[in-house]
Ligand binder design. Structure first.
Ligand code: HEC
Length: 187
């Protein structure tokens, strides 16, 4: 009897996970990717998506100088914690913001100002857009500037993204160590 209940519970859990994953990919490929593989920037992710983690590139001379905050859909966090994989339709948005500085009651503080750019990755487990330079290695890759967030200014994965992402190849091209939200719940 006990064994049957356990098996049923596992089956229900597995089915829920599956249903979740299906909704996610349908939603992504309806709302953020058109039929030709053009990616658009998801809007207002700070309000409803999960914050995965923050980086700061503090050296003014670095190309990435600024605050980097990374977001994904809440379902992706649930699925990643169970499977250690990004499901089809997972979207990662990295927002880069300027560094502001000034005296606060806590001390000399830096905080994030205006957005300069957004980097976007869209998980594609089906190799949907063969021959499209913005789709490679199981992801769609895009870059948007604040001055015109409707235009993907990336020259393609190989020309614009690959060189820098090679160190993360073993973790599906994502710099996982910066994303504690994917690992476990906070107390
Ligand atoms: C100058 C090197 C560099 C270039 C060019 C670059 N990336 Fe990244 N990217 C990184 C690094 C390093 C991180 C994580 C640490 C950080 O943000 O400083 C990152 C993180 C990201 C993230 C957050 C998820 C993750 O993978 O950790 C996304 C999304 C992303 N990059 C997309 C892109 C896309 C799309 C392109 C091309 C249009 C691109 N990147 C080009 C270095 C780069």
């Amino acid at each position: 009897m006990m064994r049957h209940i356990t098996l049923a519970a596992i089956l229900i859990a597995a089915t829920n996970l599956q249903a979740h994953a299906e909704n996610l990919d349908e939603h992504t490929y309806k709302n953020y990717v058109d039929k030709s593989g053009n990616i658009s920037l998801p809007s207002d992710v700070r309000k409803t998506w999960s914050h995965l983690g923050s980086w700061i590139v503090g050296d003014k001379k670095s190309p990435g100088y600024g605050f980097h905050d990374v977001y994904t859909q809440p379902e992706v966090v649930d699925i990643y914690r169970k499977t250690s994989e990004f499901p089809d339709g997972a979207v990662l948005v990295k927002e880069i913001r300027t560094v502001e500085e000034g005296a606060q009651t806590t001390g000399l503080a830096q905080w994030a100002g205006e957005t300069s750019v957004w980097f976007v990755m869209v998980k594609d487990k089906k190799n949907r857009f063969k021959g499209n330079s913005n789709w490679a290695e199981g992801w769609g890759w895009a870059l948007y500037e604040a001055k015109d967030p409707k235009v993907n200014v990336s020259k393609g994965f190989q020309a614009t993204c690959m060189g820098c992402h090679i160190p993360a190849k073993e973790t599906d091209w994502v710099f996982i160590r910066g994303y504690p939200t994917l690992m476990k719940a906070t107390p």
